[in-house]
Design a protein around this ligand. Structure first.
Ligand code: NAD
Ligand code: UDP
Ligand code: UDP
Length: 343
């Protein structure tokens, strides 16, 4: 008995044109789409550290060259300005597909482009994976659970998503991307991996992307009030970026298709988060209440037992340990911005 939730990946059949992965003879070559973004750039750091060759594909919608500038000149690193909505020809062993704006402010900016990125972009990367026999990892999201009626969320939960709301370009886009991945897996034997990522934070998040952690941290540094939307009793679980990168690599290199929840099960209300930010940065910071946005999920917390059991993965960095690690990065960038050197 096998369901989509406990699939073990089948070995890919030999394909015309496939370059065998001769570990030890040739370095693993990996594409990271969206590699100039927040999560992608940390993943690239770790893959290069491990000795892999890395090609980044990014259109710089929300990503920045600055996140990767420390690799310029490294012969094992390549950066290609390309939009994944257009086809691309490459020869690689693994594809980490991250390209997609992640913050609500960014993905609502041009919703049609967001859904094109999720659907056509994912289709192109799966077509590429099929042609060259590469393994493909999709970074899906906890948003596929919508405003969840099951708490905490397990991978078996099918979600409660509004198909016509302001968030749908992202939620439904990612749900379609998951469908495409499973159809290429079942229909074309592509080795796929699906991660459902829960709220993640850390250095290199966009300063003004509207996400709650980046907003609160930037506001506390700028001595502005922390903006709590609604009554602040909605909950989220916040994962430090290094934990996520370890989870993505364990998933890619393991034998299981997924989907896997990757998140930190520590659950906080937005008011509690504001308190932790105050403790970490400025105890005199004040709170200002604002109206909440449409379709805001009331609560979210991952059940990560599946990833613990099958990937031997769990997050190590608590919110109180992780927050200080992003503060100096934010302080430097805010200082540069103030001096007119916006980066
Ligand atoms: P990000 O916005 O920092 O990075 C996304 C990257 O993709 C950027 O570099 C952007 O320029 C690039 N991009 C966007 N559209 C593109 C296109 N059409 N072609 C080529 N490049 C394109 O976001 P992030 O937080 O690093 O998220 C990375 C991935 O993880 C996304 O797929 C996101 O949906 C997923 N995810 C992130 C979180 C989180 O909390 N950060 C949570 C759930 C899922
Ligand atoms: N594709 C790509 N690079 C490749 C192979 C395919 O970008 O190396 C794109 C291709 O242009 C198509 C998509 O991936 O839009 C799906 O490809 P597939 O071969 O699965 O489907 P088809 O081209 O037969 O519709
Ligand atoms: N939020 C908030 N203040 C802010 C930004 C966001 O209270 O300045 C709230 C938002 O309403 C939501 C939660 O924080 O309930 C998480 O929002 P975010 O945009 O970070 O992520 P997502 O909604 O995608 O989980």
């Amino acid at each position: 008995f096998s369901t989509a939730h406990n699939l073990v990946s089948k070995p890919t059949h030999a394909k015309v044109g496939r370059v065998p992965v001769a570990l030890g003879k040739r370095r693993l070559r990996i594409v990271v789409t969206g590699g100039a973004g927040f999560v992608g750039s940390h993943l690239v750091d770790k893959l290069l550290d491990r000795g892999n060759d890395v090609i980044v594909i990014d259109n710089f919608f929300t990503g920045r060259k600055n996140n990767l500038v420390h690799h310029f000149g490294n012969p094992r690193f390549e950066l290609i300005r390309h939009d994944v909505v257009e086809p691309v020809l490459l020869e690689v062993d693994q594809i980490y597909h991250l390209a997609c704006p992640a913050s609500p402010v960014h993905y609502k900016y041009n919703p049609v482009k967001t859904i094109k990125t999720n659907v056509m972009g994912t289709l192109n990367m799966l077509g590429l994976a099929k042609r060259i026999g590469a393994r493909f990892l999709l970074t899906s999201t906890s948003e596929v659970y919508g405003d969840p009626l099951e708490h905490p969320q397990k991978e078996t939960y099918w979600g409660n998503v509004n198909p016509i709301g302001e968030r749908s370009c992202y939620d439904e886009g990612k749900r379609t991307a998951e469908t495409l991945a499973m159809d290429y897996h079942r229909g074309a034997d592509v080795e796929v991996r699906i991660a459902r990522i829960f709220n993640t934070y850390g250095p290199r998040m966009c300063l003004d992307d509207g996400r709650v952690v980046s907003n609160f941290v930037a506001q506390a540094i700028r001595k502005q009030p922390l903006t709590v939307y609604g009554d602040g009793k909605q909950t989220r679980s916040f994962q430090y970026v290094s934990d996520l990168v370890n989870g993505l690599m364990a998933l890619m290199d393991g034998e299981h298709v997924g989907p896997f929840n990757l998140g930190n099960p520590g659950e906080f209300t937005m008011l509690e988060l504001a308190e932790v930010v105050k403790e970490t940065i400025d105890s005199s910071a004040t709170i200002e209440f604002r109206p909440n946005t449409a379709d805001d999920p009331h609560k979210r917390k991952p059940d990560i037992s599946k990833a613990k059991e099958l990937l031997n993965w769990e997050p190590k960095v608590s919110l109180r340990e992780g927050l200080p690690l992003m503060v100096s990065d934010f302080q430097n960038r805010i200082l540069n911005e103030d001096e007119g050197k916006g980066i």
